[in-house]
Design a protein around this ligand. Structure first.
Ligand code: F6R
Length: 227
């Protein structure tokens, strides 16, 4: 595991953009599992800036959706597919995507890609990865599930007046842990407790992110999250 502590969220985004750009330069047809949520947004904005400046080319990269709410349309502001397209696919100029529609189709698409090269992940306040809610063992498959009260509460921050959908589909722990590299981005004092649990305490399904230590893991956190 590599743990990279950056002084603030801006530097975190720079370091994460450096990491992801280096992967794309080494393998232009990289397949990437893409988290939405707040934490990676400045990173994606910095990557978009680099693409516009001609510093890196994402045109052969495939973006793979990590998770989605159930029962909402693409044009619903809560659609994570739309969020991924808005924040990552369109600004970085990607043409290849894998949508998380059904577990079977999703797993087949990943097999066809030859597996995932990189998983870009955020850390849920309850230790979730994607929507792999506690408890999620390392072999938890791609599936639909009910969100926990903790996730409903934290996701409410994204949607203002709109209700948080209660059902979701997520890439399985098995898919995430099979990625050839994992990048976990963590910012803010509210993640400190769970970050320490994920990196330092024994592996447990109660903190699904604790299983990331089995992977080729890079954690980029800010000082607030690690202090
Ligand atoms: C989003 C996702 C979630 C978030 C996590 C952290 O696609 O899969 O697991 O990564 O909830 O969210 P933020 O970054 O908003 O704290």
């Amino acid at each position: 595991m590599t743990l990279d502590i950056q002084p603030n969220p801006e530097q975190l985004a720079q370091a994460a953009a450096d990491f992801i750009s280096a992967q794309v330069k080494a393998k232009p047809d990289l397949s990437v599992l893409v988290a939405t949520g707040h934490t990676p947004m400045p990173t994606y904005a910095e990557l978009a800036r680099r693409v516009r400046a001609g510093e890196v080319n994402f045109s052969r990269v495939t973006a793979v959706q990590l998770d989605e709410y159930l029962g909402i349309d693409d044009d619903d502001p809560r659609s994570l597919w739309s969020w991924m397209r808005r924040s990552f696919v369109a600004p970085l100029g990607l043409t290849r995507t894998v949508r998380l529609d059904s577990p079977r189709q999703f797993e087949a698409a990943i097999r066809e890609l030859g597996g995932l090269d990189l998983a870009i992940l955020g850390l849920g306040p309850n230790g979730h990865l994607g929507f792999n809610e506690p408890p999620s063992p390392p072999d938890a498959p791609t599936r639909t599930l009910a969100l926990t009260p903790a996730s409903l509460a934290s996701n409410a921050a994204y949607w203002g007046e709109l209700a948080v959908p209660t059902g979701a589909i997520t890439a399985g722990m098995d898919v995430i842990l099979a990625a050839r590299q994992t990048l976990l981005l963590v910012g803010g004092a509210h993640k400190r407790e769970v970050l320490h649990a994920a990196l330092e305490r024994p592996e447990t399904p109660e903190v699904p992110a604790s299983f990331l230590r089995r992977t080729a893991l890079t954690v980029i956190a800010d000082e607030a999250a690690w202090a």
